[in-house]
Design a protein around this ligand. Sequence first.
Ligand SMILES: Cc1ncc(COP(=O)(O)O)c(C=O)c1O
Length: 430
Amino acid sequence: MAEVMKFEDFKQYLNPVFYKHTDLIAKKAKGCYLWDVNGEKYLDFVQGIAVNAMGHNYEPIVEAIKAQADDLVNASFNLVNYESTLMLAKKLAEAAPEGLTSVFFSNGGAEATDSALKLAMSYTGRSAGIAFMGSFHGRTCGATSITGSNSKYRKHYEGLMGNVYFAPYPGRDLCPPEIPGEKRGEYSLFELKKLLRYIVCPEDVAYIYMEPVMGEGGYVVPPKAFMQEVRKICDENGILLIYDEIQAGFGRTGKMWASQNFDVIPDIMTCGKAIAGGLPMSAVITRPDIAEKWPVGTHGTTFGGNPVAAAAGCVVLDQFKDGSLLKNVNEMGEYLRSELKKIRAKYPIIYDVRGLGLMTAIEFAYEDGTPAPEVWAKVKAGCFKRHMLTLNCGVHGNGMRFATPLNVKKEEIDEGLRILEESLAEIYGK
Ligand SMILES: Cc1ncc(COP(=O)(O)O)c(C=O)c1O
């Protein structure tokens, strides 16, 4: 029998900058579950980092991928058009918030971020921009320049793209402790206005860039009034509002787009992750009047708009048609948070349970709010021992995000909750 591969034997060939959460070598996966090369089964509540909206290897997606790969894998969307990619552009334009009907395809989230930045600068003829402390937009130089979810992402890269100014996102970590939760939006707005009054002239600002619900920074849901005020500031000053829907979009928050939770339509939005059923793809979607002013050839890509990814993308979008998937996201999200709150009643080290739809996280902290990353590290190890894959969020390494598939079943959530509770019981001896 062939020897089973071990990660240890291959690690030396990988650049260590690539942080690894586990040493698992994944062999196959289906729905909520993943099997490694040893045949061990894991409950996967990471799902490629909120990528697999329909769970692993959803059959209609796999079928579409196979059919498209049989016909054509790549000829470059620069040179020719593809049926699947044209169809996906149309479907995205129809599904996007009103007026956003022009699509540019790229290959990953960060690339979409860079594209949106270039578009905003090109359209406005301005070079300054405002982003939010706490936000994450990707790892390319452009995306890193507007990322403020952890200084380690910028370590040794200072002198990135210039003219980016940061305002605090209205989250607990980013506002003074004496500001109560319901006032954080006002505080952030005050800081944003200060920035525009004292530091950077609104007439020089091309964009305000934000995650409509903060992902990697800690699954923070901003107040609606704050989001609407930011829209107003943009309108009054000719600033483009860019929403990063890469993690929060595609139904994750219980609405098709996170922006719909706030009744705000951005000028530009980026999407990625869930867009193509697990294949690399991303998109920048904007209004035609903005898109038209991006001079032809000033931006482009070799791989963007790949037909195989687009074929998968068409199937993903079709899943939202009858509303049952979003219904499941809302019901399961409510259920997950209500059960997590019950666990919190037993284990107050769970300081917070928050989120929208299936964008839900818990935070481990002591009674006075001091983060407890060491507890989360133990819980995470306990979950892994019990064969559940989990993921962090938040700058302090004390947040646990639940990125289940959008079609997750109650029994699967129950299984994850049981594992979480057993891991906590092991630590606290209950
Ligand atoms: C909100 C958000 N924007 C951008 C990105 C970057 O996407 P990618 O890793 O595909 O470049 C991520 C990835 O986690 C994200 O969550």
